[in-house]
Design a protein around this ligand. Structure first.
Ligand SMILES: Nc1ncnc2c1ncn2[C@@H]1O[C@H](COP(=O)(O)OP(=O)(O)OP(=O)(O)O)[C@@H](O)[C@H]1O
Ligand SMILES: [Mg+2]
Length: 226
């Protein structure tokens, strides 16, 4: 089975203001149907690695393949297209647009991909919100929502274009235990029942334990996996 994502000896260094290595020689692959956790102390490079896996940043050496296709030689437009079509991203900070309603936030990636009509987009956005338990919150703006509600909107938005890959960065960072359980159950369902590849950066031991396997990072490197 072709991995959804494959990182082959990926490094990301910064030159300015002084040389610094964010990610060093990291290799991993994620198959359809699995939930993988990336764990490690603050500052070890988890978010940096996730940016690389999600084509939001480019490695300084090594390569990232999506669906078996190397991405380094692709131009920005093509990378953006792969990202829109294949990858959903739940950021460490939710990054919802405050001036838009929940429904409009979820609709945004669909509007960018421009595959569906306006009516279809609105219908699908409402269905996604319903699925994360926010059926009646569609018209609310993020500032009037709780942290858990916002996080659920962010998950619905990440799923907007039906991505094969879901990348999430501390998806339960500011959630209480009930909402954390909800997110874990949803991620497991997305992997195990829907066959997506789910990657989850987390400090939360319950989330890490719920994954099929864990990748441990330290000082920019992958030091262990189980
Ligand atoms: N643009 C940047 N310029 C300089 N240093 C950076 C930059 N981005 C990240 N860093 C540094 O790189 C290291 C890795 O950062 P990263 O955000 O990937 O860590 P993390 O494992 O996600 O941490 P956390 O668990 O706190 O979110 C940190 O020491 C951070 O301060
Ligand atoms: Mg981080």
């Amino acid at each position: 089975m072709t991995p959804l994502i494959e990182a082959n000896r990926v490094s990301r260094t910064l030159a300015d203001p002084e040389p610094f290595t964010l990610v060093c020689d990291a290799s991993l692959s994620v198959a359809p149907g699995e939930m993988v956790a990336i764990v490690g102390p603050s500052g070890c490079g988890k978010s940096s690695l996730l940016y690389l896996l999600g084509l939001l940043d480019r490695p300084t050496s090594g390569s990232i393949s999506i669906d078996g296709r190397v991405t380094e030689d692709l131009g920005e437009a093509e990378r953006t297209h792969i990202r829109l079509e294949r990858i959903g991203y739940v950021f460490q900070f939710h990054f919802l647009l405050p001036e838009l309603t929940a429904l409009a936030n979820v609709a945004l990636p669909m509007r960018r991909l421009a595959r569906l009509t306006g009516d279809q987009i609105a219908e699908r956005a409402a269905a996604l919100l319903e699925k994360v338990g926010l059926g009646d919150g569609a018209g609310k703006r993020p500032e009037r929502m709780s942290g858990g509600e916002r996080q659920r909107v962010a998950i619905a938005r990440a799923l907007a274009n039906d991505p094969a890959i879901l990348l999430s960065d501390e998806p339960t960072g500011n959630l209480d235990s009930a909402n954390t359980r909800m997110v874990i159950a949803e991620f497991q369902r997305l992997a195990h029942e829907e066959g997506r590849g789910v990657v989850c950066v987390t400090h939360d031991a319950t989330v890490a334990a719920a994954a099929d396997r864990r990748i441990h990072m330290l000082d920019g490197r992958i030091v262990a996996g189980d």
